[in-house]
Each structure stands twice: as C-alpha cells, then as structure tokens.
Design a binder for this molecule. Sequence first.
Ligand SMILES: NC(=O)c1ccc[n+]([C@@H]2O[C@H](COP(=O)([O-])OP(=O)(O)OC[C@H]3O[C@@H](n4cnc5c(N)ncnc54)[C@H](O)[C@@H]3O)[C@@H](O)[C@H]2O)c1
Length: 254
Amino acid sequence: MTDTIKNKVALITGATGGIGKATAMTLARKGAQVVISGRRAESGNEVMEEIVAQGGDALFVLCDVNKEEEVQKLIETTVSQYGKLNILVNNAGISLETVPLAQADGNNFQQMLQTNVMGVFYGMKYGIQQMLQQDQGGAIVNLASIAGLHGMPYTGPYTATKHAVVGLTKTAALEYATNNIRVNAVAPGAIKTDIIAKSIDHGTFNEDMINRMHPMMRMGYPQEIANGIVWLCSDEASFTTGSILNIDGGFNAR
Ligand SMILES: NC(=O)c1ccc[n+]([C@@H]2O[C@H](COP(=O)([O-])OP(=O)(O)OC[C@H]3O[C@@H](n4cnc5c(N)ncnc54)[C@H](O)[C@@H]3O)[C@@H](O)[C@H]2O)c1
C-alpha cells in the first residue's frame, strides 16, 4: 500500500511547539497541506515559514481550543482554504500543577478540563461533521497520555482529563467505524517539551525521577510521538481505529 499522506489536508491544534510542531513538520515533509493552529501567532508563523522554506505547504490559523466558535471557524477556514479535511490531530493540551489530590486547585482543574477535554471534543465534533460530508472520510488522532491509562500520583486532574480523551476516542471510533472515519489516540510517556519542563519547575519531580519511570530510563522526544501520530493518520493504518497507541519507552509493559 502506498503512503497516502501526500496531498492530504492535515490540521493540528497547538502546533506552535512541542509534539504538535514535530507532527506538523513531519506531515508537511510527507507532502500534506498542513494547517498549524495555536494561540501564539509569532511561533505559529515561524513554524509555517519553516515548512514553506522546506518546500511544504502550510497555513497558520490563530485558534484557542477553549472556545467552541474558534474551533468551528478553524475547521471552516481549513476547508475554505484547501477544500477538505483529511487529518485532524487534537494535540493542544495543558498540565497546570503537580500536587496530591487534596491540595489540587479547582480552577486549575476547570482549565485543564476546558482545554484537554472540551478542546478535543470541539475539534472532534466539527472535524467529524466535515469528514462525514466527504467521500474520502478522514482520520483523527487525539493526544492522550500514559496518564490516560494509569493512575499517576500528583497529577489527578490532568490524569482525569486524559482518561476522558481515551473515552471520547473509543466512543467516536465505534460511532463512525462504518463512515470511513478512523479515530485513534497516542499515549505518550514523558516527552521532552515545555509541559515536562514546567512540571520539573513545580519541584515535585526531577529529571532523574521522570527518566526512571520508563524502562528505557529516558524521556522521549517529540519526533518519536510525531512518527506514531503520522502512522495512525496514514492509510497504512487503514484497519486501525479506537486504538490507544502506547509510545512510552516500555512504561505500559509493567
Ligand atoms: N510532553 C509530555 O510528556 C506529554 C505526555 C503525554 C501527553 N502529552 C500531550 O501532548 C500534547 C502536546 O503537548 P507537548 O508535550 O507538546 O507540550 P507543549 O506545552 O510543548 O505543547 C502544547 C501546545 O498546546 C498549546 N495550547 C495549550 N492550550 C491551548 C489552547 N487553549 N488553544 C490552543 N493551543 C493551546 C500550547 O500553546 C502548546 O503549543 C498535549 O495534549 C499533552 O497533554 C504530552
């Protein structure tokens, strides 16, 4: 089977850095037309320019996934620019504190629910509505986490949001299995991005503790997650839906 990423239209939320940027760059290298979206215009435009400089086709669209109307507009802009939406990666996510549950802040929990759960829901809702109108269907990949599959001390609210992402992913996979729309998630271990840097800054974890959580005794890199996301988006994964792909240095094997 040929790799059919080429000429697909791909939309990635929170693509101004980290895993989202690595995914956008990889999809563009494979010939997709890529819509990078995020809240930070300067970094978003830089990612767009980097892709264009490498001969790719990209557009940056400002979008805060906390706002339903902005996500709806983002899908509309993608379709008006490129005519379709083949691939949607619901990547934007936040982790605001690392404390035991009894000390967790309700406002932080609300914000994480809004971004990590409602943001993914808005993307899926409007993305699926568009994909249902297309003959070619589509592929959605959501960013879950090892914290979406296991209890994870000091990250209760974040863990709850990532379990919700797993539930949304599996349910949508079942609902649209016969509509040529595949819905999967990746469950990364700790990956070297700003999110992990911030949780190290909070002081609960240090780098050595995080490395030792993984049987491979190290963190992952954004590109290692992007590679899995891109496979799930490709037609090479044509019989894969409702899967949660562990990319975690062996964490899940324990
Ligand atoms: N890094 C890890 O260890 C790890 C592990 C498992 C899962 N994840 C998940 O991977 C995804 C990407 O995270 P990352 O590691 O690249 O971290 P990151 O902080 O580098 O990237 C997150 C991106 O989401 C964007 N974002 C946050 N809130 C947004 C909003 N309301 N609207 C639009 N964009 C928003 C940020 O600006 C940033 O670009 C997240 O969903 C995260 O929960 C990360």
